[in-house]
Ligand binder design. Structure first.
Ligand code: IMP
Ligand code: MG
Length: 183
């Protein structure tokens, strides 16, 4: 087992468990998009980057990838409720099949906004895949088409998830110990 960072109260999912789950999620993608001829997999930066990188290695449907940066947390650990596009997609998605890949859905506000924006560009198909689903604080009617793990109502870090932009590099996902929260 990897040495666990001292700021982690509890490891929820090990690297091996996450990687196994991602293979299952890739199977879902392969089935869901088996007839697609123009699939674009969109990674929501920065949190979904490790998930995306691992996922596409097991996706066998031909596809291209694209990236988008949005922000709703502004470097803090509490959601501010406003969503801003910082970097948009490089590709036109009209008539394309689009899979949006996210790290975690909490209030749902981020993805709800992104989904609205992408729908106006008239994709042929638009699906949402999130590694983690935290359904306790939903503020909008938004659900993923597929999720990996249903997580407890805690602040999590690792495997792309950050605390103040750090700790995305941890190969596992754990609960952040609140005694390390900066005041
Ligand atoms: P939502 O708009 O509230 O659904 O938040 C989605 C975004 O908030 C995610 O893409 C994450 O970047 C961030 N987020 C939500 N919960 C956590 C968490 O437990 N740890 C780290 N980031 C989180
Ligand atoms: Mg994110």
């Amino acid at each position: 087992m990897t040495l666990v960072d001292k700021r982690i109260k509890k490891v929820l999912y090990s690297q091996v468990e996450i990687e196994q789950k991602i293979v299952e999620l890739a199977d879902w993608v392969n089935e869901e998009f088996k007839d697609s001829e123009n699939l674009i997999i969109v990674c929501l930066l920065k949190g979904a980057m490790p998930f995306m990188a691992q996922l596409i290695k097991s996706v066998t449907v031909d596809h291209s990838i694209d990236f988008m940066i949005t922000s709703s947390y502004a470097g803090s650990h509490a959601s501010s409720g406003s969503v801003k596009i910082i970097m948009d997609l490089a590709n036109d998605i009209e008539n394309k099949d689009v899979l949006v890949v996210e790290d975690i859905i909490d209030s749902g506000i981020t993805l709800d906004k992104i989904k609205d924006i992408l729908q106006t560009r008239k994709p042929n198909k638009l699906k949402i895949l999130t590694l983690l689903d935290k359904p306790y604080n939903r503020k909008v009617q938004l659900n993923a088409d597929k999720f990996g793990f249903l997580v407890p109502n805690e602040f999590l870090v690792g495997f792309g998830l950050d605390y103040k932009e750090k700790m995305r590099n941890l190969p596992y996902i754990g609960i952040f110990d609140e005694k390390f929260l900066e005041k």
